[in-house]
Design a binder for this molecule. Structure first.
Ligand SMILES: NC(=O)c1ccc[n+]([C@@H]2O[C@H](COP(=O)([O-])OP(=O)(O)OC[C@H]3O[C@@H](n4cnc5c(N)ncnc54)[C@H](OP(=O)(O)O)[C@@H]3O)[C@@H](O)[C@H]2O)c1
Length: 269
């Protein structure tokens, strides 16, 4: 494998079209908000062409317009629900035709719907399993041939899975969210073993307390209030902080896999 990735690790500068991700074609799920949107900004600023996936097409269109204006980036917004594997497969074809074969996929779409086990609306459990686990699997599968193709050609190829510290840390009212994220962690380890030898870098990025929309839609009011209290008790981090870590990890030379990244408020230890 050649070592084609740039050695320029400086953080992207707004308005500069070329950068450490120039020539790369990125796909980000959950790009309409939070960490996904922040990562789209960083990738576009670093020179990548970026496909923006999510359900809220208006937000995706707005973000695309901003990225084109601020970074002269090639951007493709696509309304896709990651729980629909056929929609992901169709999106993959559209992206190949418009931007070229993706070599950088961020499976970021996720939902966090906490509640005590005995009070939870089980439809929320289904939603977390469908988006956080089935959706992440379907995302990787839709683009794996592209990633393997890039790796075979000696280019950097990345599959970044968004996990969470909830995979390891115990939060009493988030048993199913934690279970989906623990599954992401173990899935990612296994994929590293199978895809790493074939040149695809698979990694998990595990954030905590980045202030985004995450959790805003949960039905259980006391858990929602509890989340706001936990957030206000510490100095939290931002979606951009997580995006910077992701961008660094995909810009290092192809021989290196920064295989797991934990990005948390310093106060959390
Ligand atoms: N923020 C944190 O501190 C933190 C901590 C640990 C882990 N994470 C993980 O980081 C990832 C991003 O979270 P965030 O904090 O940025 O949350 P967010 O602000 O709520 O954004 C979540 C994104 O996922 C998308 N999404 C949800 N369901 C979807 C579906 N069915 N199909 C397609 N897209 C869907 C949403 O877009 P649409 O609504 O437009 O579809 C949105 O763009 C998640 O996997 C989350 O579990 C975040």
């Amino acid at each position: 494998m050649t070592d084609n990735a740039s050695n320029d690790f400086s953080l992207p500068v707004a308005g500069v079209p070329a950068g450490p991700l120039a020539g790369r074609v990125a796909v980000i799920t959950g790009a309409s908000a939070g960490i996904g949107a922040a990562t789209a900004h960083r990738f576009a600023a670093a020179g990548a062409a970026v496909a923006l996936l999510g359900r809220r097409s208006g937000l995706l269109e707005d973000l695309a317009a901003t990225l084109r204006e601020e970074h002269s980036a090639e951007v493709l917004p696509l309304a896709v629900d990651v729980t629909d594997p056929a929609a992901l497969t169709a999106a993959a074809s559209t992206i190949r035709a418009a931007l070229g074969r993706p070599d950088l996929v961020v499976a970021n779409a996720g939902v966090m719907l906490g509640a005590p086990f005995d009070e939870a609306d089980t439809a929320e459990w289904d939603q977390m399993i469908d988006v956080n686990l089935r959706g992440l699997l379907a995302t990787g599968r839709a683009f794996i041939a592209d990633l393997l193709d890039a790796a075979e050609a000696g280019r950097a190829a990345d599959l970044v899975n968004l996990g969470s510290i909830a995979a390891e840390v115990i939060f009493a009212d988030y048993p199913v969210y934690g279970a989906t994220k623990a599954a992401v962690t173990q899935l990612t380890r296994n994929l590293r073993a199978s895809l790493g030898p074939r040149g695809v870098r698979v990694r998990s990025v595990d954030p905590a307390f980045a202030i985004t929309e995450l959790g805003a839609g949960m039905a259980h009011e006391a858990t929602r209030v509890g989340l706001a209290e936990m957030r206000s008790a510490i100095t939290t981090i931002t979606a951009e902080d997580v995006a910077d870590a992701i961008t660094y990890s995909v810009a290092v030379p192809a021989r290196i896999n920064i295989a797991a990244l934990t990005v948390v408020p310093t106060q959390l230890g």
